[in-house]
Design a binder for this molecule. Structure first.
Ligand code: APR
Length: 248
């Protein structure tokens, strides 16, 4: 059984860098939401499968083209689950950090909206959000936060065309500008945290690499090793909800 880290596990090096840093970047993945009950895709929690279809099939551009109603059914189901879940101490710690530094950038691969739920502002959502729909024709966006949309394909309030979940599906490009903004901040940060990601999906996984190459101190928080562990200055092995509050 994995020992729960205690305050003493946080090195003096990290403590002093955390105390002095002006520009901090945090990249998160599904693992940061695991303790809230959100299934991860690859490691730690149960893997997501929908009606026998692996997540990367139901969440793909190909399925969107072939069967838009099926994609909506899957995202309606996910929103239904997420409505019952709450941010955990990892989300809350990161939200606290945003007012602590001159410049703070939170970049997430998650589409669950739990960072915003914990009070994080200006989150760079690299993969979009399940809480928004986007028109397939005019690109108009609408929030699904207060919507009880459960059936069928919603129509665009602007042009009447079909809407799609505003989530980046497998085989699709990231929203314009999102990665570029994140990369720019990574190039000038002094401290970069990589929390709860298997670091196998690019370009998100390149953010800590960019920060490292620019001389930042990179810290990984994950119960399991990842392809990034070797380039990190410090690896804190354990759950984000237990470790991040120990840092600050
Ligand atoms: N705290 C920290 N990390 C955790 C925890 C936890 N409590 N529980 C699990 N993890 C780690 C796992 O060890 C794993 O390395 O979180 C990681 C989750 O990895 P993935 O499921 O691959 O999720 P992620 O890295 O976010 O995937 C990237 O791939 O499927 C696409 O678009 C999807 O955004 C997603 C992207």
């Amino acid at each position: 059984m994995q020992a729960v880290l205690t305050r003493s596990a946080i090195s003096d090096e990290l403590r002093s860098r955390f105390a002095c840093a002006k520009n901090v970047v945090v990249l998160t993945g599904a693992g940061v939401s695991a303790e809230s009950g959100v299934p991860t895709f690859r490691g730690g929690g149960q893997t997501a499968v929908w009606k026998g279809m692996p997540f990367d099939v139901i969440s793909s551009a190909g399925t969107l083209e072939r069967d838009l109603p099926a994609v909506w059914e899957w995202f309606n189901y996910r929103r239904g689950v997420l409505r019952t879940l709450r941010p955990n101490p990892a989300h809350e710690a990161i939200a606290r950090w945003q007012d602590r530094f001159e410049s703070f950038t939170l970049v997430t691969q998650n589409v669950d909206g739990l960072h915003a739920g914990a009070g994080s502002r200006n989150v760079i959502e690299l993969h979009g959000s399940v809480w928004r729909a986007r028109c397939l024709t005019c690109n108009a966006r609408t929030s699904l936060r207060d919507s009880d949309h459960q059936e069928g394909v919603p129509s665009c309030f602007e042009c009447g065309s079909s809407m799609r979940p505003d989530v980046v599906l497998f085989g699709e490009m990231l929203p314009p500008g999102a990665f570029e903004r994140a990369a720019m901040e990574a190039e000038s940060c002094e401290l970069c945290f990589v929390v709860g990601t298997s670091a196998v999906v690019y370009p998100a996984a390149s953010i800590p690499e960019i920060a490292r190459a620019a001389g930042a101190y990179v810290v990984e928080v994950n119960p399991e090793p990842t392809p990034l562990s070797n380039i990190c200055d410090e690896v804190l092995v354990g759950k984000a909800g237990e470790i991040l509050p120990l840092i600050g």
